[in-house]
Ligand binder design. Structure first.
Ligand code: COA
Ligand code: MG
Length: 292
């Protein structure tokens, strides 16, 4: 059975100041948790949040989920101490907020390597106009394995704040920027996650935004509330129809009589070997191993 260890369909933020929620998050069905030291933690309790986070990691040094720590930016009064705590906690990744240059990512890599955390990966939030403008130089770090950048996260609330744009239904005004983040991430082999949906009691609106994210090419969604986990997992997993279609395509190309063929007709549609590769990826994502 193929594992879904690297799935990032549902990535839940939890304020590091909230011990109860941190513990709860570990038992929920999200694929990964982002422990937040940045905007979800008030300035007056930054130090308490850091201490609570360290206590949480030392009480539960391992987890079945991906664990990410979002630090404050290096230019803030808290950035350096946050990084120091992250290098002790050794999460899977550190998430850098408001990234605007490749240099900012490189500096954190150097700091983590010096603090004996060379295996800690990096995630970058793209959430300011300058971050969007410089997206190519930032995403291009994905092509350098030594940097360990593996994921970009769209920060839609900050983008709305910085541009003065409201977040209208359907996010029409933001499409161009989000699409730019996605295509750059894919060009350089990075995963890419959609921003949060603030109205956690609006289930229909949330599901619609998840679907939009799937169709745009996001690999998963960042979340703020436990209620959003199941719908995100469903939206970002292949559905039954897609799985059945994938099985049929893989089976058709695996048939001995088709072993020399590059293109087939299947149920009235053309399928090529590239579709078989896509189908195999769909099955792997669904945790299905095809045995011919
Ligand atoms: N992670 C883990 N558990 C969470 C959670 C989260 N993000 N949000 C809520 N919960 C828990 C609550 O602790 C509560 O658990 P309990 O019943 O065991 O006490 C339960 O889910 C129900 O919570 P609810 O009462 O509906 O919400 P709330 O009023 O306690 O919290 C928010 C609402 C928005 C403050 C909270 O969801 C939150 O802090 N979200 C994350 C915000 C964040 O990190 N933002 C930064 C990035 S945008
Ligand atoms: Mg932000």
């Amino acid at each position: 059975m193929m594992t879904l260890a690297r799935a990032r369909r549902s990535v839940l933020y939890v304020p590091a100041a909230n011990e109860r929620a941190m513990t709860k998050a570990e038992s929920l069905a999200c694929d990964a948790i982002i422990f937040d030291l940045e905007d979800a933690v008030a300035a007056s309790v930054k130090a308490d949040a850091r201490a609570a986070l360290q206590a949480h990691f030392s009480a539960s040094p391992t987890s079945t989920k991906g664990r990410i720590i979002r630090v404050n930016g290096a230019a803030t009064a808290w950035g350096a101490e946050d990084l120091a705590v992250a290098s002790v906690c050794k999460p899977d990744a550190v998430l850098l907020p408001k990234v605007e240059t490749a240099e900012q990512v490189l500096e954190v890599r150097t700091a983590l390597d010096r603090s004996n955390a060379p295996d800690t990966r990096l995630w970058a939030m793209i959430e300011t106009p300058l971050g969007i403008v410089n997206i190519r130089e930032i995403a291009a770090l994905g092509a350098k394995p030594s940097i360990g950048l593996e994921c970009l996260v769209a920060g839609t609330n900050d983008l709305a704040k910085e541009t003065g744009l409201p977040l209208p239904e359907g996010r029409s005004t933001m499409m161009l920027w989000l699409a730019s983040v996605i295509i750059h991430a894919r060009a350089f082999g990075l995963d890419v996650l959609d921003g949060v949906y603030n109205d956690f009691n609006d289930a229909d609106g949330f599901t619609a935004e998840c679907r939009q994210g799937v169709n745009m090419g996001f690999g998963g969604k960042t979340l703020i509330h436990p209620k959003q986990i199941e719908p995100a997992n469903t939206a970002f997993s292949p559905d039954t129809a897609l799985i059945e279609e994938a099985r049929a395509i893989v089976a058709a190309f695996a048939a001995p009589e088709n072993s020399q063929r590059g293109v087939l007709s299947l149920n009235g549609r053309m399928v090529e070997r590239l579709h078989a590769e896509m189908a195999a990826r769909t099955l792997a994502k669904a945790g299905i191993v095809f045995n011919g």
